[in-house]
Design a protein around this ligand. Structure first.
Ligand SMILES: Nc1ncnc2c1ncn2[C@@H]1O[C@H](COP(=O)(O)OP(=O)(O)O)[C@@H](O)[C@H]1O
Ligand SMILES: [Mg+2]
Length: 337
């Protein structure tokens, strides 16, 4: 931590929060069940891309897209020989526009085309690489790719219900097929929309892992147990493994984080521990990211900052965003391998 000037107190590191979280016991009767479950997960995982991660929360505006983008970019930057793919399945196409791509100008080389192409999307029958895009601005790691989104994915549920030719299961299988096209990638992130539509369900099932993003306030933390239960309704063989929760927009003032935030953090950690005590070596919190204007800046400008982690400390001496992103990405890559 940087030294501070004059009478300004040095804000405490995030450690006190971790300590509060760590004091929370993991229910002992859950540990065995979870271990057994994990074995089953491993078998199911063999059929999927091992490092596929759905970033999900059916609450909007919590930072799913931001987290997907930053984590993907960070990993791509740290591991230049590896290929990272981000799949945009949100009808709002935020991620596609972060990459500098107009979702109406993809010549149908987008996720929707693949989702509606049936069995024709075998690698032998499709020019897969035509669907891959890289950031249009400088500073995007060259090994970071996007499968662009489409505004019309919004109508998919309606179309599927109308057609009746494609069953839910067939559609879920199609989601798996889409991801399988990109099996040579080292990491696949799927940026999910804030809904429970069939596409969200299908991609969750197609991924080996999922990660949720939450803001440490009561309203945002409230939905987390319900979100986990919703995923747990997925049959085990299809169910993604919970990697944990990324706590976003933590506001730190000189005396530390507020009680409200700490309470939410502890509640979220308790929920994670209950639902999968084994995830992330028993921490369950993938990272704590500060609320910072620098996030919006990088996000909006989309350029050279990323590679250089030029998203450092703010004047209020928040933890550097770059450091937090790096810590979270290391957390992820360690469990994903
Ligand atoms: N840590 C952060 N600090 C400040 N602003 C943030 C942070 N994370 C996200 N935002 C902003 O919050 C808004 C919503 O984020 P977004 O990632 O689009 O959420 P979601 O994908 O969950 O709907 C965006 O304008 C984004 O720039
Ligand atoms: Mg989003």
């Amino acid at each position: 931590m940087k030294s501070t000037k004059g009478d300004q107190p040095t804000p405490p590191a995030f450690n006190p929060v971790w300590e509060a979280l760590d004091r929370l016991p993991v229910a002992p009767d859950l540990t065995k069940a979870a271990a057994e479950q994990d074995q089953t997960f491993k078998t199911a995982l063999d059929l999927k891309h091992r490092c596929s991660i759905a970033v999900v929360n059916y609450k909007g505006g919590v930072g799913k897209t931001t987290a997907t983008f930053f984590l993907g970019a960070q990993i791509a930057n740290d591991e230049p020989k590896k290929k990272v793919l981000i799949v945009d399945i949100d009808a709002q196409c935020s991620l596609t526009s972060v990459f500098g791509i107009d979702p109406t100008q993809t010549d149908d080389h987008n996720v929707l085309t693949l989702l509606t192409a049936g069995k024709k999307i075998k690698p032998s029958m499709i020019q897969r690489d035509a669907f891959l895009r890289r950031g249009r601005y400088g500073g995007f790691p060259p090994n970071l790719y996007l499968l662009p989104g489409a505004l019309e994915v919004e109508d998919l549920d309606y179309e599927l219900a109308k057609e009746q030719r494609v069953t839910k299961e067939e559609f879920f299988a199609q989601c798996r097929r889409v991801l399988a096209l990109f099996h040579d990638f080292d990491y696949i992130f799927v940026d999910c929309p804030p809904n429970k539509m069939l596409l969200t369900q299908g991609m969750l099932r197609a991924c080996s892992n999922y990660l949720t993003v939450v803001i440490p306030d009561r309203v945002s933390a409230y939905g987390i147990p319900r979100l986990f239960r919703w995923v747990e309704d997925i049959p085990l063989a299809d169910r993604p493994r919970l990697l944990g929760v990324l706590i976003n927009r933590v506001i730190r003032n000189p005396s530390g984080i507020t009680d409200v935030q700490e309470k939410s953090l502890v509640a979220v950690r308790a929920t994670v521990a209950k639902h999968n005590p084994l995830c992330l070596k028993d921490r369950g919190i993938v990272g704590l990211w500060p609320n910072s204007n620098n996030v919006c800046k990088v996000y909006d400008e989309g350029k050279s900052h990323l590679g250089q982690h030029d998203i450092g400390e703010t004047r209020s001496r928040q933890a550097a965003v770059g450091d937090c992103v790096r810590a979270a990405s290391m957390n992820l890559t360690s469990v994903c391998k």
